[in-house]
Design a protein around this ligand. Structure first.
Ligand SMILES: Cc1cc2nc3c(=O)[nH]c(=O)nc-3n(C[C@H](O)[C@H](O)[C@H](O)COP(=O)(O)OP(=O)(O)OC[C@H]3O[C@@H](n4cnc5c(N)ncnc54)[C@H](O)[C@@H]3O)c2cc1C
Length: 398
């Protein structure tokens, strides 16, 4: 069947440890099937049981160097794991945020910070699931954030607001992006700094849950006189945006992994249903109006997978930043479009049953829709390709 053919192809170049990771995820997902994810969706709740087992497998340490108790792998392995969770019908939304800031801590954090947090994150004892960038006024224009961190002796006092921040109450640690000097239109990205906030002891953060279409939990944060020890500044004060770019690239890669996995899941479900649903005396999959959209989505899946894994390899090899930026953005953009097409194709294949919550198809459609706007909306990727890669005139100052 097509799904097996995909897997044979996809697994062609995988290393032994990568195959092992995939088989571990499949074994885990046997206990967390479609019914479980439907129940999580209906209850709008955090999948605590799944997350606990995931962490017990040592998967939090995937990208943490061995000297700090991790496996020392790269974003390629993180993307493969995210893909497999979602290919099995689950979602990696709840666990993936720990992978993108890790590189910033490893590359730019102080020795003291690494020793304090990395071994415990690797063991799954501390959950780094929250990554707070977006603000109500700034939106996609990150340079315009106004959450402000003022140094006072051995600590920073932070005030501001964040919106749509995922998994805050479910985390022990939160990566927080704030200004340490005011916005300067001449040097828009200077003066941004990164902090690792220990939420267990943090006073001054009020988190209001926002009801959303799918996934979540997501919060609006009111931050008032939050005190963060100066040693929890990650990297150089005021130069955080340069460090942040690496995390944003890693985030695009793991999300593309999730979306390639979701596409595999939806194609499999559509093929199974179209092969057995008889209408007008034949399986609907024999009608080309049903068959061809599935076939063309499958071809696009192969292309999305190629871009994704090239992006992940380039990131791990530390390739030139413009090339990494091109491929990570292309991977996120294209994987989103293909997964969105897969979701609509599966909806069409299932007819009225696709609309029924219990088939799980409309759940996937709602989940995938998020990636048209987050973590970066598709328009901004096209604008980046247009002006930064193709040299077209700019519509706005990045
Ligand atoms: C469920 C969920 C979870 C999230 N989790 C997190 C999280 O954990 N951490 C975090 O920091 N953020 C998170 N976000 C926020 C998300 O990253 C932002 O919503 C996203 O970056 C877009 O910002 P915005 O909503 O302010 O849209 P805006 O920036 O206001 O954009 C609105 C629309 O305008 C268009 N647009 C804007 N500028 C341009 C332009 N120059 N050219 C063309 N079109 C343009 C965009 O395409 C978009 O459609 C989450 C959001 C959701 C919904």
């Amino acid at each position: 069947m097509s799904q097996d053919l995909y897997l044979d192809y996809h697994h062609r170049d995988l290393k032994e440890h990568q195959r092992l990771l995939i088989s571990n995820i499949r074994a885990l997902m046997e206990r967390y099937g479609d019914k479980y994810w439907l129940e999580v969706d209906a209850g709008e709740r955090f999948p605590e049981e799944f997350v606990r087992e995931y962490l017990e497998l040592g998967l939090a340490g995937l990208m943490i160097p061995e000297e700090y108790g991790g496996a020392g792998y790269g974003v390629q392995e993180a993307a493969l794991v995210m893909e497999e969770i979602s290919a099995c019908g689950g979602t990696s939304y709840h666990v993936r945020a720990m992978y993108y800031p890790i590189d910033i801590i490893v590359k730019h954090g102080s020795k003291q910070l690494k020793e304090k947090y990395l071994p415990r994150i690797a063991k799954g004892e501390l959950r780094l699931f929250a990554f707070a960038v977006t603000e109500p006024e700034a939106g996609s224009d990150t340079a315009r954030i106004s959450t402000y961190a003022k140094r006072e002796g051995d600590r920073y006092i932070i005030n501001g607001r964040k919106i749509f921040i995922s998994r805050v109450r479910e985390s022990d640690l939160m990566f927080l992006v704030a200004r340490t000097s005011p916005y300067n239109p001449e040097k828009r990205y200077d003066g941004i700094s990164l902090f690792l906030v220990d939420l267990r002891e943090a006073k001054g953060i009020e988190a209001r849950k926002i009801k959303v279409m799918a996934l979540g939990p997501v919060y609006e944060l009111a931050i008032e006189n939050l005190e963060v020890p100066a040693e929890n500044l990650v990297g150089e004060e005021g130069r955080g945006f340069r460090h942040l770019l690496g995390a944003l690239n890693a985030e695009r890669i793991v999300i593309a992994g999730e979306l390639v996995g979701a596409t595999r899941y939806l194609i499999r479900r559509a093929v199974e249903y179209a092969s057995k649903r008889i209408v007008f005396g034949k399986p609907i999959g024999s009608y080309q109006g049903v068959q061809f959209p599935i076939s063309s989505t499958y071809i696009e899946l192969l292309a999305a997978d190629e871009i994704l894994h090239r992006a992940a390899r380039l990131y791990d090899e530390g390739a030139e930043s413009r090339i990494v930026g091109l491929y990570t953005n292309a991977a996120k953009y294209y994987a989103t479009e293909v997964a969105w097409k897969a979701a609509n194709t599966a909806m069409d294949t299932f007819g009225g049953y696709g609309y029924a919550w219990e088939t799980g198809i409309e759940r996937k459609l709602r989940e995938i829709r998020l990636y048209k706007v987050a973590p970066i909306n598709q328009n901004l990727i096209l604008a980046y390709i247009g002006h930064s890669i193709l040299g077209l005139p700019r519509s706005y100052e990045p």
